[in-house]
Design a protein around this ligand. Structure first.
Ligand SMILES: Nc1ncnc2c1ncn2[C@@H]1O[C@H](COP(=O)(O)OP(=O)(O)OP(=O)(O)O)[C@@H](O)[C@H]1O
Length: 237
């Protein structure tokens, strides 16, 4: 059976400046795959290329066995790919409830039922329903961004640096929420991060990305050794 997501030989560039070089990886149903990289190494470009926001210059992206290259973002979203962008990008002037509602296609009853389900998965949002998105803490915004993405019931969720700028106590809550989610919902996650502990705790497989090149998989045993991880990420410790 084909992989849920298969990225092969993927290259992308901004003008003449290359950002991804022949990236190969896959994600199977139910897996969390982590990609670890420092600033400017190509993590966001990879997520946005899979979602369809960045034009690729070579290679292939297959989702459920079908090429999505050439498909616009909304077609990829309909096929079951969802992106939780870096910086979260929730609507600051809409309430938490409205932020959820705008992400849900369908009639009022479906919208209400989906919001209810999201509140079960993200109980912290229950008491924040009337609050403006812009008045939430960074961690609360991240939970809202995850819930908003899930409202469309993606099969694959792409997470771009969910811990960026977030307090450690809420990082733990996000990690626990995501771990619980993978048990309750049929979802595959591809996660890009700089936070080693977060990525190691959640991911079945972890790769390092360095200057747009996806390096070899980092063996689990080595994920606890920061010198070894630094070497994988293209830095000598
Ligand atoms: N819109 C753009 N135009 C030109 N160059 C860009 C653009 N976006 C990103 N780049 C460049 O592409 C490279 C990869 O950037 P990218 O944002 O994918 O990295 P990243 O790993 O997500 O970094 P960060 O952790 O800082 O978000 C960097 O050299 C960056 O400067």
């Amino acid at each position: 059976m084909s992989h849920l997501l298969e990225v092969s030989g993927l290259s992308a560039a901004y003008g003449l400046v290359p950002a991804l070089h022949r990236v190969d990886f896959h994600a199977d149903r139910g897996e969390v795959v982590g990609i670890l990289g420092h600033n400017g190494m190509g993590k966001t470009t990879l997520m946005r290329a899979i979602m369809g926001y960045v034009k690729v210059t070579g290679g292939e992206i297959r989702f459920e066995g079908n090429s999505v290259l050439g498909q616009p973002v909304n077609a990829r979203a309909r096929a079951g790919i969802g992106l939780v962008p870096q910086g979260r990008q929730i609507f600051p002037n809409l309430s938490v409830e409205e932020n959820l509602q705008v992400g849900i296609p369908g009639k009022a009853a479906v919208v209400a039922q989906t919001v209810e389900e999201m509140l079960e998965l993200f109980p912290r949002l229950k008491r924040l329903l009337d609050r403006r998105g812009g008045a939430l803490s960074g961690g609360e915004q991240q939970l809202l961004a995850l819930a908003r993405c899930l409202c469309r019931r993606p099969k694959l969720m792409l997470l771009d640096e969910p811990t960026e700028g977030i307090q450690p106590s809420i990082i733990d809550e996000i990690s626990e929420t995501l771990a619980a989610l993978t048990q309750k919902v049929d979802i595959t996650i591809v996660l890009v991060e700089q936070n080693l502990e977060f990525i190691a705790g959640l991911s079945k497989r972890v790769y390092a990305i360095s200057n747009g090149v996806l390096e070899k998989e980092i063996p689990r045993a080595e994920l606890t050794d920061s010198r070894s991880v630094s070497a994988f990420m293209g830095f000598t410790a």
